[in-house]
Write a protein that binds this ligand. Structure first.
Ligand SMILES: Nc1ncnc2c1ncn2[C@@H]1O[C@H](COP(=O)(O)OP(=O)(O)OP(=O)(O)O)[C@@H](O)[C@H]1O
Ligand SMILES: [Mg+2]
Length: 260
């Protein structure tokens, strides 16, 4: 297994519309990488392309030594994917432990029977996000931030080398954002799990990310946060009406983006 993500000139078209255009980058793992950009920039599409859910129209991708389309089953053993949060059906009562075990079971061949080892892995994953006390609780009764951390635990239960998270910070309060980011940074530092996080809001990740990719259909900039978050780059990504606040050497963007 290689500790790299290599993306070479990928273009993704959906129904004739170009969603991503000529995207190239290399990332050596483990590293904390953030993909930022406005609504509709193609952030989710890029993540889905990396995990093999979308086939690029042209270009080459290699994730951990695997082609996400051709080697989909092998790659799935090494990556954890936390999709952009959909509304969880509140009518169906699911316990936290079931949410995590589902992540383990869906990777098994039938018959999908929960073993003692699966339970141990699930508990270990919940411990890693510091929520072990919620094992027997109803998922729907948790706060948004706790739900997000349980979903991270579900992705961790299969012991990935790379964790891809789509907007894990949206719709959670500032304290939960901090807890999620602390958890992710710890996973990167202590367990050498590569983190790739998508956000439309740069501000929370300033202190955590090693590298930033600013995306709006194309890559506008890539590098350290101070290299990428400049007034010029932000205006290119968010348009001329973005308000930029500078604090020290770092710019913060105030945009009109809305998010559920
Ligand atoms: N399955 C699809 N069919 C048609 N168009 C799509 C599809 N998926 C994405 N798109 C379009 O591709 C563009 C990028 O979508 P994507 O979801 O990747 O953006 P995003 O950066 O994740 O946005 P957000 O911040 O709102 O999550 C949008 O214009 C969207 O309408
Ligand atoms: Mg998205």
């Amino acid at each position: 297994m290689e500790n790299q993500i290599k993306v070479e000139k990928i273009t993704v078209k959906i129904n004739g519309n170009t969603i991503l255009e000529n995207i190239s980058f290399n990332i050596s793992l483990p590293k904390f990488t953030t993909i930022i950009g406005p609504n509709g920039a193609g952030k989710t599409t890029l993540l889905k392309t990396l995990v093999g859910l979308i086939k690029p129209t042209s270009g080459n991708i290699n994730v951990l030594g695997f082609n996400p389309i051709k080697d989909a089953l092998k790659l799935r053993r090494y990556i954890g994917y936390v999709p952009q949060r959909e509304r969880i059906e509140l009518g169906i009562p699911v316990k936290v432990k079931s949410v995590i075990l589902m992540g383990i079971l869906c990777r098994k061949k039938p018959p999908r029977i929960v073993t003692r080892r699966d339970i141990a892995l699930a508990k270990e994953a919940l411990l890693k996000v510091d929520l072990e006390e919620l094992w027997d609780k109803q998922f729907s009764e948790l706060s948004g931030g706790q739900q997000q951390r349980v979903l991270i635990a579900r992705a961790l239960a299969t012991k990935p080398k790379l964790l891809l998270l789509d907007e894990p910070l949206s719709a959670v309060d500032v304290k939960s954002q901090w807890e999620i980011l602390e958890t992710l940074k710890k996973l990167e530092k202590d367990e050498e799990i590569g983190i790739m996080l998508v956000t439309h809001d740069i501000n929370p990740i300033v202190e955590y990310t090693d590298e930033v990719i600013l995306l709006n259909k194309r890559i506008i900039a890539k590098g350290s946060i101070t290299e990428v978050i400049t007034e010029e780059n932000l205006r290119k990504a968010y348009g001329p009406n973005v308000r930029v606040v500078t604090s020290g050497t770092i710019c913060y963007a105030i945009t009109g983006d809305v998010h559920a």
